[in-house]
Every structure is written in structure tokens, then in C-alpha cells.
Design a protein around this ligand. Structure first.
Ligand SMILES: [Zn+2]
Length: 89
């Protein structure tokens, strides 16, 4: 039996930094991170980790699209719904 040690793995796809970044990426793109240390950590990680950067960019785009959709859609549907609810009373 070989005694060669293979415990040093350097090809992990997801490391703990990525998991932490993933935990905070939503708050980050929403500008909700108030802790400067956490903010710096996330930004630092995003600037070094392409997969997390891509993920953050994707989340940001989805977020932006949702926001635009919300702003551009007239509240008519909501008004009608409310009216309907009130009429039902
Ligand atoms: Zn990462």
C-alpha cells in the first residue's frame, strides 16, 4: 500500500469563500450590506473569482429587469383588482 498522501486537494470547485459570497450576493447587489468589512470581503472575492462575479452580474441583471418591469407596468391591474375587492365587500 502506498503511503502517499492525497489529502491536499487544490481543485475544489466551490470553496468556503464562494459559499460566503453566495450568501451575501443578494444583499450586495441590493446595496443592503452595511458592514464595511463584509462589503470589502465580497467585493474582493468578486474581483478574484470569475464564477462568483458572473453569478453576481446575473443576479444584478435579473434584479434590474424586475425593477424595470415593476416601474413600467401601469398599476391599472392592481387598481382593478382592488376595485373588485372593494365591490365584493
Ligand atoms: Zn467565488
Amino acid at each position: 500500500m502506498s503511503t502517499h498522501d492525497h489529502s491536499k486537494k487544490s481543485h475544489e470547485i466551490i470553496d468556503s469563500d464562494c459559499l460566503e459570497a453566495f450568501d451575501h450576493v443578494y444583499a450586495y447587489i441590493n446595496g443592503e450590506i452595511e458592514d464595511q468589512q463584509t462589503l470589502a470581503k465580497i467585493e474582493h472575492h468578486l474581483s478574484h473569482c470569475k464564477s462568483c462575479f458572473t453569478r453576481a452580474e446575473m443576479e444584478r441583471k435579473i434584479n434590474q429587469r424586475l425593477k424595470t418591469a415593476k416601474e413600467s407596468s401601469p398599476p391599472e391591474v392592481l387598481k382593478k383588482r382592488l376595485k373588485h375587492l372593494i365591490d365584493d365587500l
